[in-house]
Every structure is written in C-alpha cells, then in structure tokens.
Design a protein around this ligand. Structure first.
Ligand code: CMC
Length: 431
C-alpha cells in the first residue's frame, strides 16, 4: 500500500481499492478517483463541484481560509500595487512577468488587434435598442467565430495565441460598442496612443464633437478592478469556458459561453445586483428589514455582494478594493452620496450581525467594485461587462493551458439517476 494513497472500502460488500493522492505545490491534496468506477463500480456525488478538482492548473491559487490569492505565485496585493492589466494578462498567459522587451512587444500586439472587423460592427444595429450589454457581448463575442478563420485551428499553438490576443484586445471595443448602441452614439475607433484602460474609457464616453480628457482617478480605479478580476481559478465562468472547449469548440464560442455564465447574479452579475439592492433599500433606516429578509429561511432574498463559495474568512480582493472605494468616495463629490451612505451602513450592520458572522458572509469584491463603478458614472448595466473584460485574461489563459494539457478529456460529469425504473410504453389509445 502506497503511503500517499487512500483506501476506499465499500461497506456493503467489503470491496476495496487504493487511490493515489495528488499533491499540489500548495493547498489541499486531492484523491485521484479516475479509476473509481472501474475498481468499485461507484461514482462520486458532488453538486456544484464543492470538493472536486476538475483539472491541474499552474495559473491561480486561492486559499479561501487564509484569504490568499496568487496569480502565477505572485500575491494579488503586490500585483494590485505595482502592476497594470496588460502586464498581469501577460503573466497569466505566459506564466512569468514579462521582461521590458516582452512587455512592450505584448502591448504593441494587443494594440494592433483592438479594431473589430467592419462587418462585425453591423451586428450592433441588429440588437433591440434596450438590449442588455451582456446580451450583446454574448452574441457578438460568439460571432467573432465567423470572422477570424485565419487562426481558428485550435490544434495549432500559434493560431491559439493569435485568437487569445484578439479576444483580449477586442473585448474593450466590443464592450464599449455594446454600451454606445443603446444611446445611439457613434462607434468610435480605438485610439492606440492611449493605454488599454484609457482607450476603453475613451471609446465608452468620448464624442467626436469634443476633445475627450481621460480622468486619471477613474483610470486608476479601473486598473485596480481589472487586475483584481483578471482570474479566479476554476470559478463558474472559467469552468464553463473549459467545459465548452473540452469538446474542441473554437475559443470565441467558448468565451461567449463564459460570458453567459458570468452574467448570473450569483457570479459576475453581483456588482450590478449590489447597486439594484442599495437602490431598493434607499433609506438606511430600512436596512434592518432587508437584513431580516436575508436571514429568513422562507425568503430567497440574499444580500448581494456578501458571501463567497471559497473565501470563508475574507476576500483579499475585497480588502484591497475596499480601501480604494473609501478613498474614492472621499474625493468624489457625487450625487450618489445617499446610496453610498446606505452601503456603508449595510456593510457595518452585516459585519456585526451573528447570522453573517457565523456563516462567514463578508462583503466580497463585487460589493465594492459595484460602488466604485457607480461613483465613476459607469452605467449600471455595464458593470458585469467590465468584469467580463477583465476576466478575459483569465479565460484565455485557462483555455491555452487546457489545450496543452494531455490529461484533459471531454467534460462529461455523471449523475445519480432518480427517474422511473424501466417500464413498457403504453399506446396513446390506452392511456
Ligand atoms: N445573504 C444572506 N445569506 C446568505 C448569503 C447572502 N448573500 N450568501 C449565503 N448565505 C447563507 C445561505 O442562506 C446559507 O445559509 P444556511 O447555512 O442557513 O442554509 C449559508 O449562507 C451558505 O450559503 P451557500 O449558498 O451554501 O453558500 P455558497 O458558497 O454556495 O454561495 C455565493 C456563495 C457567493 C453564491 C452566495 O454567498 C451568494 O449568493 N452571495 C450573493 C451573491 C454575490 O455577491 N455573488 C458574488 C460572489 S463574488 C464574485 C465572484 O467571484 O463571482
């Protein structure tokens, strides 16, 4: 019997088998149960994959109990303090911090891919005037599959790299256009004299009739949001990208699937849901009523921006962004002040309430990013789009890694069938 193994005994019949334990660099080891069904005729049951590692990955590490988040080994706090989004994207994609030459080359490549095909721009006119920008993102990013045939051979590493660059570079352009469409504003060409985030802000807010001045405070806050959201291990949208890709689908279709998954309020839609919740609460005096609803077992209501599947002590991203959020609210003379006061009160009350303390329900990154985006005047329905843009670095890095992984198979979970036992068909006339 190997020391680094686990023996599973089926108490019903005494059958047993030994399974290897796989050791990560850091973190919890995992039992390799790939032969479980062959050896013991059993499957595992794990809805929501709470205890299942779906892959080996070198990219991101999270320790939810200690509140640690590392990208390629680098603490998120250090990246947030010193890096920028494209440098962080390079790190996620290629596994090391770029040299000076690599960095400038990468920035140049991404800049050269920022424009979208003129034909793709026509798509924006086809959407309903009040379409949610996330709906547009799902459609248009998926539609990129129809435009870039020159690099769609997923078995060619160079093609994969070009597709990854295109996705990273074009996401801000598509995101800005998904916003402009609703307001009937012209779709502006990207400006390659601006940096990645400045260019996004320009395409979002500039008008051709006036000079546009990029607000450095807004750019700095966005830079932080982008770095903090760039990757997060095997979360729902990343797992969706991997599952979709496991069948050999093209990366544009797979990232579109990831965007769809991110949209939900339990995931990336939470930043938007936070503001909707604060707007609904309105008056700080009403907060106790909403806290009681969140605690009521018979009410589905949840406080948006609280809790996390993995972080059970605190969300390290929230710790970083909370400070930035408070700093920003100090300097911004903002008509949203009543809403921010409600947010501060809610944060305080929830952090003192036993229900939230016992369940480790702390404000998460989206609680604060939602408030920051509102303070910056970003339209509410663009909040999750911004999350999607930032997470693109993670999605493409995870996809590139997966495509190189010889152990990956088509994703195919099993089930515990709870339906009818075999029975005979009854002719319609006899039913
Ligand atoms: N408000 C009130 N109660 C909550 C909340 C909340 N936001 N979140 C969890 N609970 C309760 C839940 O009712 C349960 O109580 P009990 O043990 O009495 O049944 C307990 O806490 C555990 O909840 P869970 O649903 O088993 O926890 P989970 O790990 O499956 O869910 C979550 C994590 C993030 C989906 C959930 O906390 C939630 O829905 N939060 C609000 C949405 C949100 O802010 N999402 C953004 C997450 S951060 C961004 C990202 O990484 O995507």
């Amino acid at each position: 019997m190997s020391k680094n193994s686990v023996t599973i005994v089926d108490n019903r019949n005494g059958n047993q088998a030994e399974f290897d334990i796989l050791d990560p660099t850091i973190g919890s080891p995992a039992i390799d149960i790939r032969k479980l069904h062959g050896e013991l005729g059993l499957f595992t049951y794990d809805p929501g994959f709470q205890a299942t590692a779906s892959c080996k990955s070198d990219i991101t590490y999270i320790d939810g109990d200690k509140g640690i988040l590392l990208y390629r080994g680098y603490p998120i706090e250090q990246l947030a303090a010193h890096s920028n989004y494209l440098e962080t994207s390079f790190l996620l994609m290629y596994g090391h911090l770029p040299s000076n030459v690599e960095y400038h080359e990468f920035v140049g490549i991404i800049k050269r891919h920022t424009m979208v095909h003129e034909g793709l721009k026509q798509f924006f006119n086809g959407f309903h005037h009040d379409a949610h920008p996330m709906a547009i993102m799902v459609g248009v990013v998926g539609a990129m599959s129809a435009f870039y045939h020159d690099s769609l051979d997923i078995n060619n590493p160079r093609h994969r790299e070009i597709s990854a660059h295109r996705l990273l570079a074009k996401m801000p352009t598509i995101a800005a256009y998904s916003h402009r469409r609703a307001y009937g504003l012209p779709l502006l060409y990207p400006r390659n004299d601006l940096d990645f985030i400045e260019n996004f802000m320009y395409m979002m807010f500039a008008v051709p009739s006036e000079e546009y001045k990029v607000d450095p405070i807004a750019v700095q806050a966005m830079r932080l949001i982008f770095i903090l959201h760039a990757d997060h291990e095997q979360n729902a949208s990343t797992s969706t990208v991997r599952l979709a890709s496991s069948s050999g689908a093209n990366p544009f279709a797979c990232i579109s699937a990831g965007i769809a998954s991110l949209w939900g309020p339990a995931h990336g839609g939470a930043n938007e849901a936070v503001i909707r919740m604060l707007e609904e609460i309105k008056d700080p005096d009403e907060i106790p009523k909403y806290i009681e609803r969140a605690k009521d077992k018979n009410d589905d209501y949840r406080l948006m921006g609280f809790g996390h599947r993995i972080y059970k002590n605190y969300d390290p991203r929230a710790k970083i962004i909370r400070q930035a959020c408070y700093d920003l609210l100090e300097i911004m003379d903002n008509s949203n002040q009543p809403l921010f006061n409600t947010a501060k009160q809610l944060e305080k009350i929830a952090l003192e309430d036993d229900y939230f303390l016992e369940r480790n329900l702390y404000p998460n990154v989206d609680f604060y990013s939602g408030i920051i985006l509102r303070a910056l005047g970003i339209p509410l329905n663009m909040f999750t789009v911004i999350f999607a843009m930032a997470r693109t670095a993670g999605w493409i890095s995870q996809w590139l890694e997966m495509m190189e992984d010889k152990e990956q198979r088509i994703g195919r979970p099993r089930q515990i069938y709870t339906g009818a036992a075999p029975r005979d068909f009854v002719d319609l006339s006899k039913r």
